[in-house]
Design a protein around this ligand. Sequence first.
Ligand code: ARG
Length: 613
Amino acid sequence: MPEFISVKAQVGAKTAEAVRRALPRDLDAVDPVVRRSERADFQAAVALDLAKRTGRNPRELAGVIKAELDGLEFEGRSDGPYGDLLASTEVSGPGFLNLNVADPALWSVVAARLADDRLGVGVRHAGARILVDYSGPNIAKELHVGHLRSTSIGDALARVLTHAGADVIRVNHLGDWGTQFGRLIQYLVEHPEFFGGTSADATGDPSTPALDGVSLEELDVLYKAATSAFETDPAFAERARNRVVALQAGDPVTRAAWKKLVELSTCAYQDVYERLGVLLTPQDVVPESFYNPMLDGVVAELDRMGLIAESNGALCVFLEEFKDAKGEPFPLIVRKSDGGYGYAATDLAALRYRIKELKAQRILYVIDTRQALHLKMVFATARRAGWLTDEVTVEHVAFGTMLGPGGRPFRSRSGDTPQLSELLDDAVAAAGAALEQRASLLEPAEFDAVVQAAGIGAVKYADLSNLRIKDYVFDPARMVSLNGRTSVYLQYAHARVNSVLGKLSAELKGADADRMPTVNVDVPIEPAERALIFALDEFGGVIEDVAATLEPHRLCTYLFELAKAWSDFWENCPILKADSDAQRENRTALAHLTGRTLRQGLGLLGIHTPRRI
Ligand code: ARG
């Protein structure tokens, strides 16, 4: 298999070679990016860049590069005007190079792709150990809309990086520790009837309440009740705080109740993950409590390095680059005045562990942009402590807020932040309505599965297709539209390709109707075919782009453009009624590649592609 099956990469490499030949060695470093253009298949601006650096005339430079390029193309050839790759080269405007690819070269790439499961996607990240920290819901608090973005963005990135060859470690930094457990457990002890349990026994054993089979919704009710008791009843608040101490001290009864709460939520989260179709499994959970035994050591190490200062009884790290609004030093609190460790201490321990034990080379934190300062301080502290070195990259993959109707912060009818599962229900209902006219074409069970895939896919695509950092409005009706920038449009295009292929093999009926088409490189290419070939050609480049920028919207946009190129092709280039067998074969090959690219591309976003819609 060639290293890359991309026309664009080949044209770029050839242009680079021409530049190397045309210019003195010290200009080697130039990377002549070629771009798709209106005027030619590709355009290179390399002569303009070089002219700026050398003071030479750009058109003249372009001419020299063109001569080299022509030489490369036609070297040793006497059999015609065309080289293997380029059909024509031309200097245009102030010094652009216009490059047109020869039709046979395009068909050769189509043929190579057809035989390549990876569809021309390289493995540029092979060997890189990349940790992706995503989802990270907080136990007993609802898995709510805020976690949707982290979950879908993190999952898409984990998939893309894995596909690009990286050794990806998925981590679900589950919030299973913290003061909220004091009030939850205390409330359960005092209200054994809460989940229909009979009684707390004399020892106040809170594991007695019937916690089994409790749903996230019920836990949410518990959370609210406990919080309101905590806020309104000082005596209860005191007992809840003692419960936190008991939990931290390892009191067996309290621990048992905590463990049960954690298990319950973990199972419930897993249900949501499965419904969402994300890769996370219970094995990916490394909860906050996992780092508890390391916290003393982390703080001791920071202290030895002189990084710890006491402030009002709390242990803090003050770094000069962090100041509050008044210009006063702003602390990262690692141990609170009551002796408890918090979120920051855990994140420091986690970072140290990820570098030292897991040997991660690149660590991605897929977290709301509002935690930017927290992460910056954690990273800076870890750098000062010497854990984070230049060999390791840490990145905050920040994202904006998902907003409710009218662009206001999300509130459900009851005034609370809606649960993730409610949003998914809304989207699936909208998908059902949008696809209603397709219902009669499919078996009920298949139609149900399609509607699920469409609804869930729509939520993810809407989330991923926006610029990560921006806020966006959750709008189920728009998300499932069949003729907008939606996953439903893409899933539909994919199903159309399948049905075309199905009809073709039915009509052609031969014994080997399902065989792969044979590409004939001598067929002339029509404009809509050309556009589709170039769209298919971009796939590998886009995957590399997403892996480099961590911006899944680039893949979303790409797939939409591909689907549009397909529909143009479909309108203009009959397959069954093609002019010749060879043309029909070639067009069938394009249909195959389109279907596979849409499926693989959507798959990398974590979106299903039903065979039929
Ligand atoms: N539990 C956190 C929250 O809901 C997210 C955890 C993100 N990961 C991390 N290493 N801090 O805000």
